[in-house]
Design a binder for this molecule. Structure first.
Ligand SMILES: O=P(O)(O)OP(=O)(O)OP(=O)(O)OC[C@H]1O[C@@H](n2cnc3c(O)ncnc32)[C@H](O)[C@@H]1O
Ligand SMILES: [Mg+2]
Length: 204
């Protein structure tokens, strides 16, 4: 039996402004008050696991312990078939410069490696998202989402965040960077995981 979320406040265990915006929009219809660990000034825990689920659990439990409230974390990334699933769990690390994140650099690196792999276009890829809802008593629930598509180059669009401008979801004309946010929220890896969270834990 899955644990139900029956509170009216939830901590979003993310320091990524793009994710916080998307999770806020997904939670909006449920009338739940949200605060992020970024606005509360909590430190970012180190993501030491090598799976999305492992890192989502680290972030969600750290925030639930610190706040005494249920907390929702998202660990996500881009898996490129021609790169054997890289950057995967290390997607954010590929953008790290020592002086903040540079996603133009990271997208260029992905494109260069894909070109060097010799694989022929279109280059298939998936975005994956694992959500972890953790309670202060140490219990948690995990939900996984995925969206398939392929990479485009040059990048297209200025919306979204991270690798959005180089990802064209299956059956779509627009990249996540070009898409209306509401459309992305209806079909993304995050939306897929979120639908499972709602079905499993929200009785509203
Ligand atoms: O850990 P938190 O604080 O939540 O924020 P983060 O940005 O570090 O998040 P992750 O550790 O889960 O790293 C995932 C990276 O994958 C990329 N990513 C995930 N979802 C994405 C999306 O919907 N669109 C574009 N890029 C995405 C983006 O670059 C993220 O920084
Ligand atoms: Mg992170």
């Amino acid at each position: 039996m899955m644990r139900q979320f029956d509170g009216d406040r939830l901590i979003i265990a993310s320091h990524n402004a793009g994710k916080i915006r998307e999770i806020g929009a997904l939670l909006e219809p449920f009338g739940i008050a949200v605060s992020s660990v970024a606005e509360l000034g909590y430190e970012e825990p180190e993501e030491t696991e090598d799976t999305f689920a492992g890192n989502a659990r680290i972030k969600a439990h750290a925030a639930a312990q610190a706040s005494g409230l249920p907390a929702l974390a998202d660990d996500s990334g881009l898996m490129v078939d021609a790169l054997n699933g890289q950057p995967g769990v290390y997607t954010a690390d590929w953008a790290e410069t020592g002086n903040g994140r540079d996603f133009m650099m990271a997208m260029t690196k992905v494109n260069d490696l894909v070109a060097a792999s010799g694989a022929s276009a279109p280059h298939s890829a998936q975005f994956r998202c694992t959500l972890c809802l953790a309670w202060p008593d140490g219990h948690d629930e995990l939900f996984e989402g995925i969206v398939g598509g392929h990479l485009v180059w040059p990048i297209r669009g200025e919306g979204g965040f991270g690798f959005d401008p180089m990802f064209l979801p299956e059956g779509e004309q627009e990249t996540f960077g070009e898409m209306d946010p509401a459309h992305k929220h209806a079909m993304s890896h995050r939306a897929d995981a979120f639908a499972k969270l709602v079905a499993g834990c929200f009785d509203r």
